[in-house]
Design a protein around this ligand. Structure first.
Ligand SMILES: C[S@@+](CC[C@H](N)C(=O)[O-])C[C@H]1O[C@@H](n2cnc3c(N)ncnc32)[C@H](O)[C@@H]1O
Length: 235
Protein backbone atom coordinates (compact mmCIF):
# COMPACT_ATOMS: atom_id res chain seq x y z
CA UNK A 1 0.00 0.00 0.00
CA UNK A 2 1.39 3.42 -0.96
CA UNK A 3 0.84 6.08 1.65
CA UNK A 4 -0.34 9.35 0.11
CA UNK A 5 -0.84 12.61 2.02
CA UNK A 6 0.86 11.20 5.09
CA UNK A 7 -2.36 9.50 6.21
CA UNK A 8 -2.69 5.75 6.25
CA UNK A 9 -6.34 6.25 7.04
CA UNK A 10 -6.94 8.22 3.81
CA UNK A 11 -5.01 5.64 1.87
CA UNK A 12 -7.24 2.95 3.40
CA UNK A 13 -10.36 4.88 2.28
CA UNK A 14 -9.12 5.24 -1.28
CA UNK A 15 -7.82 1.67 -1.59
CA UNK A 16 -11.24 0.35 -0.60
CA UNK A 17 -13.07 3.06 -2.57
CA UNK A 18 -15.14 3.97 0.45
CA UNK A 19 -18.04 6.24 -0.44
CA UNK A 20 -19.83 8.63 1.86
CA UNK A 21 -16.76 8.68 4.11
CA UNK A 22 -18.03 11.43 6.38
CA UNK A 23 -20.10 11.42 9.57
CA UNK A 24 -23.78 10.97 8.73
CA UNK A 25 -22.91 9.74 5.23
CA UNK A 26 -24.98 10.48 2.15
CA UNK A 27 -28.24 10.61 4.15
CA UNK A 28 -26.98 13.58 6.14
CA UNK A 29 -25.82 15.25 2.90
CA UNK A 30 -29.31 14.84 1.44
CA UNK A 31 -30.92 16.40 4.53
CA UNK A 32 -28.53 19.35 4.53
CA UNK A 33 -29.13 20.21 0.88
CA UNK A 34 -32.92 19.96 1.22
CA UNK A 35 -32.70 23.15 3.28
CA UNK A 36 -30.60 25.04 0.72
CA UNK A 37 -31.92 26.84 -2.31
CA UNK A 38 -30.41 24.75 -5.12
CA UNK A 39 -31.50 24.55 -8.71
CA UNK A 40 -30.07 23.66 -12.10
CA UNK A 41 -28.33 27.03 -12.33
CA UNK A 42 -26.44 26.53 -9.05
CA UNK A 43 -22.70 26.06 -9.35
CA UNK A 44 -21.46 23.73 -6.62
CA UNK A 45 -17.91 22.68 -5.68
CA UNK A 46 -17.32 19.57 -3.57
CA UNK A 47 -13.80 19.90 -2.12
CA UNK A 48 -12.20 16.57 -1.20
CA UNK A 49 -14.96 14.86 -3.18
CA UNK A 50 -13.55 11.37 -2.59
CA UNK A 51 -15.27 8.72 -4.70
CA UNK A 52 -17.78 11.32 -5.95
CA UNK A 53 -20.98 10.18 -4.25
CA UNK A 54 -22.10 13.66 -3.12
CA UNK A 55 -21.05 15.36 -6.38
CA UNK A 56 -23.01 12.79 -8.40
CA UNK A 57 -26.04 13.10 -6.11
CA UNK A 58 -26.18 16.91 -6.40
CA UNK A 59 -25.96 16.71 -10.18
CA UNK A 60 -28.57 13.96 -10.47
CA UNK A 61 -31.03 15.31 -7.87
CA UNK A 62 -30.90 19.04 -8.64
CA UNK A 63 -29.40 19.18 -12.12
CA UNK A 64 -26.83 21.56 -10.61
CA UNK A 65 -23.50 22.33 -12.26
CA UNK A 66 -21.17 20.36 -10.04
CA UNK A 67 -17.38 20.20 -9.82
CA UNK A 68 -15.49 17.82 -7.53
CA UNK A 69 -11.83 18.13 -6.60
CA UNK A 70 -9.68 15.64 -4.69
CA UNK A 71 -5.95 15.33 -4.16
CA UNK A 72 -5.85 11.54 -4.27
CA UNK A 73 -5.56 10.10 -7.83
CA UNK A 74 -7.28 6.84 -6.81
CA UNK A 75 -10.28 8.77 -5.49
CA UNK A 76 -10.30 10.96 -8.61
CA UNK A 77 -10.34 7.86 -10.79
CA UNK A 78 -13.25 6.37 -8.82
CA UNK A 79 -15.20 9.64 -8.99
CA UNK A 80 -14.59 9.95 -12.73
CA UNK A 81 -15.78 6.39 -13.32
CA UNK A 82 -18.91 7.03 -11.27
CA UNK A 83 -19.98 10.14 -13.19
CA UNK A 84 -19.13 8.56 -16.52
CA UNK A 85 -21.10 5.39 -15.71
CA UNK A 86 -24.11 7.48 -14.69
CA UNK A 87 -23.68 9.90 -17.61
CA UNK A 88 -23.62 12.91 -15.33
CA UNK A 89 -22.07 16.22 -16.47
CA UNK A 90 -19.93 16.51 -13.33
CA UNK A 91 -16.41 17.89 -13.69
CA UNK A 92 -13.86 15.99 -11.60
CA UNK A 93 -10.42 17.50 -11.02
CA UNK A 94 -7.30 16.32 -9.29
CA UNK A 95 -5.77 18.94 -7.03
CA UNK A 96 -5.55 20.37 -3.55
CA UNK A 97 -8.17 22.40 -1.76
CA UNK A 98 -5.26 24.55 -0.62
CA UNK A 99 -4.63 25.76 -4.18
CA UNK A 100 -7.55 25.38 -6.58
CA UNK A 101 -6.92 26.51 -10.19
CA UNK A 102 -10.36 28.08 -10.68
CA UNK A 103 -11.44 31.74 -10.93
CA UNK A 104 -12.63 33.93 -8.05
CA UNK A 105 -16.37 34.31 -7.29
CA UNK A 106 -17.27 31.19 -9.26
CA UNK A 107 -19.51 29.05 -7.03
CA UNK A 108 -22.89 29.46 -5.34
CA UNK A 109 -22.15 26.61 -2.91
CA UNK A 110 -19.00 24.90 -1.70
CA UNK A 111 -19.19 21.77 0.43
CA UNK A 112 -16.49 19.97 2.37
CA UNK A 113 -17.39 16.67 3.98
CA UNK A 114 -14.68 15.47 6.35
CA UNK A 115 -11.83 17.09 4.45
CA UNK A 116 -10.57 20.25 6.16
CA UNK A 117 -9.30 18.37 9.20
CA UNK A 118 -6.70 16.74 6.92
CA UNK A 119 -5.32 19.98 5.48
CA UNK A 120 -3.97 23.43 6.33
CA UNK A 121 -7.31 24.90 7.44
CA UNK A 122 -6.58 28.66 7.11
CA UNK A 123 -5.13 28.14 3.63
CA UNK A 124 -8.07 25.96 2.48
CA UNK A 125 -10.65 28.37 3.90
CA UNK A 126 -8.97 31.27 2.14
CA UNK A 127 -9.32 29.39 -1.17
CA UNK A 128 -12.94 28.43 -0.50
CA UNK A 129 -13.78 32.05 0.35
CA UNK A 130 -12.07 33.28 -2.82
CA UNK A 131 -13.98 30.85 -5.04
CA UNK A 132 -17.44 31.64 -3.63
CA UNK A 133 -19.66 34.30 -5.16
CA UNK A 134 -20.74 37.08 -2.84
CA UNK A 135 -23.74 35.70 -0.97
CA UNK A 136 -22.53 32.14 -1.72
CA UNK A 137 -22.80 29.43 0.93
CA UNK A 138 -20.14 27.25 2.47
CA UNK A 139 -21.23 24.05 4.21
CA UNK A 140 -18.83 21.81 6.06
CA UNK A 141 -19.26 18.56 7.95
CA UNK A 142 -16.06 18.44 9.94
CA UNK A 143 -14.42 16.75 12.90
CA UNK A 144 -14.64 18.76 16.07
CA UNK A 145 -13.31 18.00 19.54
CA UNK A 146 -15.76 18.64 22.36
CA UNK A 147 -12.96 19.46 24.80
CA UNK A 148 -9.18 19.78 24.78
CA UNK A 149 -7.62 16.31 24.96
CA UNK A 150 -4.43 15.18 26.67
CA UNK A 151 -1.33 15.89 24.60
CA UNK A 152 -0.70 12.15 24.14
CA UNK A 153 -4.27 11.62 22.95
CA UNK A 154 -4.09 14.52 20.51
CA UNK A 155 -0.84 13.16 19.13
CA UNK A 156 -2.31 9.65 18.77
CA UNK A 157 -5.29 10.98 16.79
CA UNK A 158 -3.25 13.35 14.64
CA UNK A 159 -0.71 10.66 13.77
CA UNK A 160 -3.30 8.06 12.84
CA UNK A 161 -5.60 10.24 10.74
CA UNK A 162 -2.94 12.64 9.48
CA UNK A 163 -4.70 15.68 10.98
CA UNK A 164 -2.34 18.68 11.23
CA UNK A 165 -4.49 20.06 14.06
CA UNK A 166 -7.62 19.33 16.09
CA UNK A 167 -10.27 22.05 16.42
CA UNK A 168 -13.02 22.80 18.90
CA UNK A 169 -16.26 24.50 17.86
CA UNK A 170 -14.76 27.84 18.89
CA UNK A 171 -11.57 27.17 16.90
CA UNK A 172 -13.67 26.47 13.79
CA UNK A 173 -15.77 29.60 14.24
CA UNK A 174 -12.63 31.70 14.68
CA UNK A 175 -11.10 30.17 11.53
CA UNK A 176 -14.27 30.80 9.51
CA UNK A 177 -14.58 34.38 10.70
CA UNK A 178 -10.90 35.05 10.05
CA UNK A 179 -11.36 33.77 6.47
CA UNK A 180 -14.12 36.38 6.05
CA UNK A 181 -17.29 34.30 6.41
CA UNK A 182 -20.44 35.73 8.00
CA UNK A 183 -23.63 34.30 9.52
CA UNK A 184 -21.82 31.14 10.67
CA UNK A 185 -24.16 28.57 12.15
CA UNK A 186 -23.43 25.27 13.82
CA UNK A 187 -25.60 22.22 13.90
CA UNK A 188 -24.53 19.71 16.50
CA UNK A 189 -25.78 16.16 16.34
CA UNK A 190 -28.32 14.64 14.08
CA UNK A 191 -29.87 11.22 14.29
CA UNK A 192 -29.10 10.72 10.61
CA UNK A 193 -26.63 8.01 9.76
CA UNK A 194 -25.76 5.82 6.83
CA UNK A 195 -23.25 3.06 6.48
CA UNK A 196 -20.38 3.87 4.12
CA UNK A 197 -20.12 1.65 1.04
CA UNK A 198 -17.04 -0.57 0.96
CA UNK A 199 -15.72 -2.27 -2.14
CA UNK A 200 -13.67 -5.07 -0.64
CA UNK A 201 -10.99 -6.49 -2.92
CA UNK A 202 -10.75 -10.27 -3.29
CA UNK A 203 -7.52 -10.25 -1.33
CA UNK A 204 -7.15 -7.59 1.32
CA UNK A 205 -3.75 -6.68 2.73
CA UNK A 206 -3.50 -7.32 6.50
CA UNK A 207 -2.43 -3.70 6.96
CA UNK A 208 -5.83 -2.55 5.71
CA UNK A 209 -7.58 -4.67 8.36
CA UNK A 210 -5.33 -3.15 11.01
CA UNK A 211 -6.21 0.38 9.90
CA UNK A 212 -9.92 -0.45 9.89
CA UNK A 213 -9.66 -1.99 13.38
CA UNK A 214 -7.77 0.99 14.72
CA UNK A 215 -10.34 3.40 13.28
CA UNK A 216 -13.15 1.43 14.95
CA UNK A 217 -11.18 1.36 18.25
CA UNK A 218 -10.80 5.14 18.06
CA UNK A 219 -14.54 5.59 17.47
CA UNK A 220 -15.15 3.92 20.85
CA UNK A 221 -12.15 5.32 22.68
CA UNK A 222 -12.90 8.94 21.73
CA UNK A 223 -16.71 8.71 21.64
CA UNK A 224 -18.19 12.01 22.87
CA UNK A 225 -14.81 13.73 22.61
CA UNK A 226 -13.78 13.45 18.96
CA UNK A 227 -17.03 14.46 17.37
CA UNK A 228 -18.33 16.39 14.38
CA UNK A 229 -20.44 19.44 13.58
CA UNK A 230 -22.18 20.83 10.54
CA UNK A 231 -20.96 24.39 9.88
CA UNK A 232 -22.73 26.66 7.44
CA UNK A 233 -21.91 30.24 6.58
CA UNK A 234 -22.20 32.89 3.92
CA UNK A 235 -19.69 35.00 2.01
C1 LIG B 1 -12.57 11.32 4.78
S1 LIG B 1 -12.42 11.47 3.05
C2 LIG B 1 -13.99 12.17 2.62
C3 LIG B 1 -14.28 12.03 1.15
C4 LIG B 1 -15.65 12.56 0.71
N1 LIG B 1 -15.81 13.97 1.02
C5 LIG B 1 -16.74 11.74 1.34
O1 LIG B 1 -17.46 12.25 2.19
O2 LIG B 1 -16.86 10.56 0.99
C6 LIG B 1 -11.32 12.82 2.87
C7 LIG B 1 -11.01 13.16 1.42
O3 LIG B 1 -10.24 14.37 1.40
C8 LIG B 1 -9.27 14.23 0.37
N2 LIG B 1 -8.20 15.19 0.65
C9 LIG B 1 -7.28 15.17 1.63
N3 LIG B 1 -6.45 16.22 1.53
C10 LIG B 1 -6.87 16.94 0.46
C11 LIG B 1 -6.42 18.14 -0.16
N4 LIG B 1 -5.36 18.83 0.28
N5 LIG B 1 -7.10 18.59 -1.24
C12 LIG B 1 -8.16 17.90 -1.74
N6 LIG B 1 -8.62 16.75 -1.21
C13 LIG B 1 -7.99 16.28 -0.12
C14 LIG B 1 -8.84 12.78 0.49
O4 LIG B 1 -8.15 12.33 -0.65
C15 LIG B 1 -10.19 12.10 0.72
O5 LIG B 1 -10.81 11.75 -0.49
Amino acid sequence: MVVIQNSKYLDFLSTLGIEGAHPGGINLTKEIFKRENINRHSRILDVGCGAGQTAAYLSYRYGAKVTGIDINPTMVDKAERRVKKNRLPVKIMQGSVENIPLPDHHFDFIISESVLSFVNKPRALEEIFRLLKNGGRFIAIEHTINQRLKKTEETEIKNFYGFPSLSTEKDWLDLLKRAGFAHCRIQEHTSIHSVPNFHFPNVMEPELYEIMEKHIDFLFKYKGRLDYRIYSCTK
